[in-house]
Design a protein around this ligand. Structure first.
Ligand SMILES: [Mg+2]
Length: 221
């Protein structure tokens, strides 16, 4: 499926790709509404309806991914709430083995995430995946989310990456479309980013259930 001889660098998304998106979905759609409801003396349903509208209004922007923004906006300590729920942070099955295999193949490996630094460090603390990566890029450092061309151009320039020799694995359709349009050679999606939800439509992109699908035809392993 992947022409590995044409790939030098593999770019991995974090939430929904390496990690189960269940944590994030549950956190924002259940846990935060519960706490918001308690604090503001409204029902959980009312809180959820209000919050989902607030999320949607800025979806895909840098603020949407910014924990400080939400702490301030909702007057809740979002990092502390994440910590309360951190037992739900889970690596998607087979991800660590796959990273090990890629390292053995000699590929450069990068984590590229829209997640805020505080979220990124909590997740690395829980999963210990950081040692697999040659490079960890947090979109907040560039000031552009992966949904924008400027992110990919900044990545290529600052990290001296040839996007035409990169593979991206990501669960966000908007990010996948932008990466392909910005020159990333191969883009692969994740069929079931959240283990508790149905599979998603990858709209023409190849998407995988199991990491081993990416190694089909790989001769060195
Ligand atoms: Mg993701």
């Amino acid at each position: 499926m992947i022409q590995w001889e044409h790939i030098d660098t593999v770019l991995f998304d974090m939430d929904g790709t390496l990690l189960d998106l269940h944590f994030d979905n549950y956190f924002w759609e259940e846990f935060v509404p519960q706490r918001y409801a308690q604090k503001n003396s409204v029902s959980v349903d009312q809180a959820r309806e209000h919050l989902l509208a607030e999320y949607r209004a800025i979806e895909g922007t840098m603020n949407w991914y910014c924990i400080d923004h939400w702490s301030e906006q909702l007057e809740l300590d979002i990092p502390a709430l994440k910590r309360e729920l951190d037992h739900l942070i889970q690596i998607r099955p087979g991800a660590a083995d796959f990273l090990e295999r890629l390292r053995a193949m000699g590929k450069q490996m990068a984590l590229v995430t829209n997640a805020h630094h505080k979220s990124l460090s909590l997740k690395m603390e829980r999963t210990r995946l950081q040692h697999f990566f040659d490079l960890i890029v947090c979109a907040h450092d560039y000031g552009y989310p992966k949904e924008e061309n400027a992110f990919w151009q900044t990545l290529a320039q600052r990290e001296k990456l040839d996007l035409s020799r990169c593979l991206l694995v990501d669960d966000s359709l908007r990010v996948m479309q932008q990466a392909a349009a910005s020159g990333v050679a191969q883009v692969v999606g994740i069929r079931k980013p959240d283990s508790q939800r149905p599979a998603q439509d990858a709209a023409g992109f190849v998407s995988i259930d199991h990491w081993s699908e990416l190694l089909t035809g790989e001769q060195t392993g």
